[in-house]
Design a protein around this ligand. Structure first.
Ligand code: MOS
Length: 763
């Protein structure tokens, strides 16, 4: 790994700016010592019972008979729950919730009926004294099913596709500007290409796990959650109790990637069983169970149509997406939405269509929309560049819009061209030979590829509380989560800088639903949303302290009359006087100070309404393709990022290289294979579902451009967690094309896809 350059840090004056420093994770030591407690590790003493879930062996049909006698009599078994004896729960609602937020909070009943809706759907829960006893007893349950034929194949069913009411996150299903069909037909240079992306699974290192403990009629749920408010409301709605009776605790989370935005079977069933048994109950999904029960990215077919004038200016942009969706709960990934903002063209068309299949619902998976959408679209742009005889960067520059092409509002900040130019310079793009297959090193054909990145910036309604005590200790509390992204660290930096105190004086407490509600971690909105709320809380705290300092007779600043006030160096400084905050608090407010701050939602902020807000980037990839075996090896990846102010270049860089690694996976490896007879994800573990591992990940470099987006939020930052994924796979795929002259439009580009062109010696 090479160095990360961050102009933002260089610019900042060392004394005033804590934000922008590459601080180490403050929770890093705890994690490497094994002292950060994850959901399944919370201890509830010997009373703890362990649950194990039995999943359905059919994808669609009905349970005719379920015999639990042997399981109930097995050693250590405390309870066996099936649809016959489970407590009555609300019925599962319609496939589409009335409002967008309700999809996150709706009741998700388990073991509620004899119907089976997808393969491995929970049909029974065994709770026992030990995990092993529960698992063994599950094997003794006999289920007889009445099986119905299911539908699983998207490609065969395109004629049955329907138009959803909206896409994920509430984006419009379709958009149209000008006359796409007419302009595309008339364009002198065209690309009309269809790409396929497979089912994919996000599998965080930490599986979905829950410990539920009832005390009277209140339940405390230790779990792995990205957004506590969703879990609290989801459990309350499922159990039909008031949210005040539900406490969610999730201080450390071993990755989420969108799979921990809503409750799943572990949480619901642990809460139910713990109430029945009046004992703490722990349940974790197994790795294999996660494939059916914790969300996936749906299979898609995308048609990208680009029509250009001979000079490379786009006349027409069309992006049509067909996606599989669960029959019982719709999820329409916003796959073509980015195409509404990325490039200029007078005639435009984006559409999303769905085909119902008998699978569990798709869920948010890292960079929903852009991950599959840009993988296809940015390859099509590369195909167009070749047809035009233009450099891919030059083509993109010629189509740089002056305002958002569909919303017709200005961009807040947009440095896509700067990202591409800086990247070209640093990567040595000038050495690329445009003619495919023209660079050879021994057995390898070498290719360069690039792609753009775009991802919307967002703010979710969030509140934060901050206190200062008489020891000078600052405590920030919010129900925000740190899913491995560095939230504890950047919030500490924000509070330290805002209050002018060292980071060591700040304690950030997250992951408890008793703390003020935030938007949690998701959609790359976490840092901006929770961070801005905390920033406002710190501002309110300073105002509160200052006012008291000027009006309290015990204060050294009593009746001071000057505008020269400053919080710095752990002191309050007014005029020529200064006082340590701890001493000041002891004198004027021995019980300490407390303040709250809030932000959002985006739809209510002026900056969001009046500006098109996105983060941008440019990815550059170099691959080597073995001309005899077709093996593709990554050699280099470089990403240049323009995402507003970088709060912490070290944790930000980790986010981006994580995303770039997802890009490698999407381009070359990741695919969940669905058995079309049984609706079963076959390669449902990390031995068979291939993700890029260390040996697949080359030298990576991340460059952050200096940027401050004053329209986005008071910090000047924009979301970047998911930006690294967006377009990264296309850069890799374009490099494979440049190496071989062979365009694979069905992802991932695995070895078998290369067979038709082997050996590559003829090139
Ligand atoms: Mo986001 S899909 O919660 O990584």
């Amino acid at each position: 790994m090479t160095e990360t350059t961050t102009n933002a840090t260089e610019r900042s004056s060392p004394n005033s700016s804590v934000i922008g420093r590459p601080s180490d994770r403050i929770d890093g030591a705890l994690k490497v010592m094994g002292r950060a407690t994850y959901a399944y590790e919370h201890a509830a003493g010997e009373a703890t019972a362990y649950g194990y879930i039995l999943g359905a062996a059919i994808a669609k049909g009905r349970i005719v008979e379920i015999d639990t006698t042997d399981a109930e009599q097995a050693p250590g078994v405390l309870h066996v729950m099936t649809h016959r004896n489970a407590p009555p729960l609300p019925v599962f609602g319609p496939p589409v919730t009335p409002t967008v937020p309700e999809v996150f909070t709706r009741a998700r009943p388990m073991l509620a009926t004899d119907r089976v809706r997808y393969y491995d759907e929970p049909v029974a829960l065994v709770v026992a004294e030990t995990f092993e006893a529960a698992r063994a007893a599950v094997g003794l349950i006999r289920v007889h099913y009445e099986r119905e034929a299911g539908i699983f194949d998207l490609k065969e069913r395109l004629t049955e596709a329907y138009t959803p009411r909206r896409t994920n996150a509430g984006f419009e299903t379709d958009s149209a500007v000008g006359d796409f069909e007419g302009a595309f037909a008339a364009a002198s240079v065209k690309i009309d290409a269809t790409y396929r992306t497979p089912f994919e699974h996000h599998n965080p290192m930490e599986p979905h796990a829950t410990l539920a403990i009832w005390s009277g009629d209140e339940v405390t749920i230790y779990t792995a959650a990205q957004t506590l408010a969703n879990f609290r409301a989801g459990i309350a709605n499922t159990l039909n109790i008031s949210p005040e009776r539900v406490r969610i605790v999730s201080p450390y989370i071993g990755g989420g990637f969108g799979s921990k935005l809503i409750i799943h079977a572990d949480t619901v069933l642990a809460a139910l069983a713990a109430r029945i048994l009046e004992r703490p109950v722990k349940i974790a999904l197994t790795r294999q169970q996660m494939f059916a029960n914790a969300g996936h990215r749906a299979e898609m077919i995308q048609q990208v149509r680009l029509g250009a004038n001979p000079d490379g200016r786009l006349a027409a942009i069309g992006h049509d997406v067909y996606s599989a969706t669960s029959r019982f709960e719709e999820y329409c990934e916003q796959t073509a939405v980015f195409a509404r903002s990325l490039y200029a063209a007078p005639n435009r068309l984006t559409r999303h269509r769905l085909v119902s299949v008998d699978l569990n619902r798709g869920e948010w998976m890292r960079s929903p929309g852009e991950a599959p959408g840009m993988l296809a679209f940015e390859c099509a742009v590369d195909e167009l560049a070749e047809r035009l005889g233009l450099d891919p960067i030059e083509l993109r520059i010629r189509n740089e819009p002056v305002e958002d092409p569909e919303r017709r509002v200005p961009f807040s900040t947009r440095n896509l061209v700067a990202c591409m130019k800086e990247g070209a310079h640093r990567f040595g793009w000038g050495h690329r030979k445009p003619a495919p297959g023209s660079t050879r090193e021994g057995r390898n054909l070498i290719g360069y590829g690039m792609a753009a990145a775009i991802r919307p910036n967002f703010i979710g309604a969030s509140r934060a509380q901050v206190t200062l005590d008489a020891n000078g200790q600052v405590t920030a509390r919010l129900d925000m989560t740190d899913i491995g992204t560095g939230t504890y660290t950047i919030l500490t930096q924000i509070a330290a800088e805002s209050l002018g105190v060292p980071m060591s004086s700040i304690k950030v407490e997250l992951g408890d639903s008793r703390f003020p509600r935030t938007a949690g971690s998701g959609g790359s909105w976490g840092a901006a949303s929770a961070g801005s709320a905390l920033y406002h809380a710190c501002t309110a705290l300073k105002e509160h302290i200052l006012e008291t300092a000027l009006t309290n007779e015990s204060s050294p600043f009593y009746r001071a009359n000057t505008d020269d006030t400053r919080f710095a160096g752990g002191e309050l400084r007014i005029g020529g006087r200064s006082e340590r905050l701890a001493d000041l608090v002891r004198r004027i407010a021995p019980l300490g100070f407390e303040a709250e701050g809030s932000v959002g939602p985006a739809s209510e902020t002026d900056g969001y309404k009046a500006y098109s807000q996105h983060s941008y980037g440019a990815h550059f990839a170099e691959v080597a393709v073995d001309c005899d075996t077709g093996e593709i090896r990554m050699r280099r990846l470089l990403s240049v990022i323009g995402a507003g102010r970088i709060l912490n270049p070290k944790t930000a860089r980790s986010q981006i290289i994580g995303g770039m690694t997802w890009g490698i996976g999407a381009a070359l490896m990741e695919k969940t294979v669905l058995d079309p007879r049984h609706g079963h994800f076959v390669n449902h573990d990390l031995a068979e579902y291939h993700v890029a591992v260390n040996a697949d990940v080359p030298d990576m470099e991340v460059i952050f451009l200096e940027e401050h987006d004053d329209k986005a939020n008071p910090l000047g930052s924009k979301g970047l967690g998911e930006l690294g994924v967006c377009g990264a796979g296309a850069a890799v795929a374009n490099a494979v094309y440049n190496a071989t002259g062979f365009r694979v439009r069905e992802f991932p580009i695995t070895l078998d896809q290369m067979l038709p062109i082997l050996p590559l010696t003829g090139i």
